[in-house]
Design a protein around this ligand. Structure first.
Ligand code: ADP
Ligand code: MG
Length: 461
């Protein structure tokens, strides 16, 4: 068996900007010749990771190797990499030829050799005969091709691309995606590509690295990531999914939406709360019949170009369904899902858990605030305790002053019959909340916790 060598090794890398953790323990191996995509929402640390590999920034902690050489502190121009940025970053006063030649001239390569390299690079990006055009006479797509030609003309071992197509319109972006894939094949070099667009990542990559909040969530092939997301963040980010609370009854039997389903997963234990993920295209929809595992009423139908997208309300849970047939709003329908298309995911947590201290017989302190709680049995002022609070017991307020705490809504997961929110408290800890109210990403909120909701647990040492 042929073992493909790693070309890039990122080992336990951290990057801090002041107090802010932009990269939190990143470990990543990129194999020679691979097309790797770093995918995640805006602000998750993609560009920072790429800049660390390129050498424009240095890691706060950890090590980066390229071809077995530690380059953690090597300046960018001494690394065998070239970068294509989101903005074209061309020299506006130079023509296409001069833009591409720029780096080569610095390397003191002969004129004839430069000329043949540039011709080859232009051919590669589909811009033969564009040598003497002014760059500002070119379209956005053409300018980005020049930027790519300028990077590949240096024959780097690794090409780093930071959202290179983000500024292009949809049609141009789709065309360029195909061309990049072809270029990757014919150049035979390693591509590390950054995007926040999951469809682009699925189309282009051999391997996808899903990031969120400075951490790697999952590394895998597009099929792995799509079919077997490791957690509800990945499932939600990669394409649309139905994600609902379920209960693993025993091996290969899960209960959700008040119904039991055969599935293929095992090893979760008995009566274990889990997240159930079902892709909209894996739900079969048909006129009501005995085959139906779930029965429901169509709430909405939209035509999406190739298929119809429908929402179906079954026993209080809303399911997203894609099918080539449409059913009218108000129709009673049956739904069915195959055991292998039910994906079971371990819950990351079952409730909120905070470290705290006893204040007096009916007050505890956590998240930097003193809260009233139900009377405590054994009171030792200042004793360390653990506090548990169910997701659905926390109350969010429009008016920040109405809460004991304040924070910002950071991530919203729709779970069929409620929203699961992640709120970043101003005390710098995440609070998780289940609610039926509709909030938006970035909303400022007040946070109230009723005394009945606070479960105080002694820490045994
Ligand atoms: P992405 O490319 O995924 O959108 P970035 O890597 O650009 O994310 O940023 C990750 C986080 O680090 C963000 O919260 C951003 O505000 C912060 N950050 C990035 N660069 C700097 C910097 N030079 N100084 C301070 N904070 C920064
Ligand atoms: Mg970025």
């Amino acid at each position: 068996m042929q073992v493909t060598k790693s070309i890039i090794e990122v080992n336990q890398v951290y990057k801090y900007f002041g107090d802010k953790v932009a990269l939190d323990n990143i470990t990543l191996n990129v194999k020679k010749g691979e097309f790797v995509t770093i995918l995640g929402p805006s602000g998750c640390g993609k560009t920072t990771l790429l800049r660390l590999i390129a050498g424009f920034q240095t890691a706060s902690k950890g090590e980066i190797k390229i071809s077995d050489v530690d380059i953690t502190n090597t300046p960018p121009y001494k690394r065998p990499v070239n970068t294509v940025f989101q903005k074209y970053a061309l020299f506006p006063h130079l023509n296409v030829y001069e833009n591409i030649a720029f780096g080569l001239k610095l390397k003191k390569i002969g004129k004839l050799q430069i000329e043949s390299k540039i011709k080859a690079a232009l051919k590669m990006v589909g811009l033969t005969d564009y040598e003497y055009r002014d760059v500002d006479s070119l379209s956005g797509g053409q300018q980005q091709r020049v930027a790519i030609a300028r990077a590949i003309v240096n024959e780097p071992e690794v090409l780093l691309l930071d959202e290179p197509l983000a500024a292009l319109d949809l049609k141009m972006r789709k065309d360029m995606q195909m061309e990049l894939k072809d270029m990757h094949k014919s150049l035979g070099i390693t591509f590390v590509y950054v995007t926040h667009d999951q469809e682009e990542a699925l189309t282009l990559s051999d391997t996808i690295v899903v990031m969120s909040e400075g951490r790697i969530q999952q590394i895998g092939t597009p099929t792995d990531i799509y079919n077997e997301p490791v957690n509800s963040f990945v499932a939600d980010f990669i394409g649309e999914s139905n994600i609902i609370n379920g209960m693993m009854m025993t091996d290969k039997l899960v209960r959700f939406c008040n119904t039991e389903f055969e599935c293929v997963d095992e090893g979760f234990g008995n009566n274990m709360p889990v997240d159930v993920v079902i892709r909209p295209e894996d739900l079969y929809i048909f006129a009501i019949s005995d085959k139906a595992q779930l029965k429901g009423i169509v709430q909405s139908t939209i035509f999406k170009g190739v298929h119809y997208e429908m929402t179906v309300l079954c026993d209080g849970y809303e399911f997203l369904v894609q099918d080539y047939h449409s059913f009218e709003v108000g129709t009673e329908v049956g739904l069915l899902v195959k055991p292998a298309d039910i994906h079971i995911m371990k819950k990351e947590r079952f409730c909120n858990t905070f470290q705290g201290k006893v204040v007096d017989s009916n007050h505890v302190e956590f998240l930097g605030v003193t809260f009233e709680c139900l009377p405590l049995d054994h009171v030792i002022s200042g004793e360390d305790i653990k506090v548990e609070i169910d997701f659905d017991k926390i109350i969010l307020q429009d008016n920040e002053e109405d809460g004991a705490l304040t924070g910002e809504v950071k991530f919203i997961l729709y779970k069929g019959n409620h929203y699961h929110l992640t709120v970043w408290s101003d005390w710098d800890e995440n609070i998780y909340i289940d609610t039926n109210d509709v909030w938006d990403d970035g909303d400022r909120v007040g946070i109230s916790i009723p005394k009945e909701a606070i479960k105080v647990i002694a820490i045994k040492d």
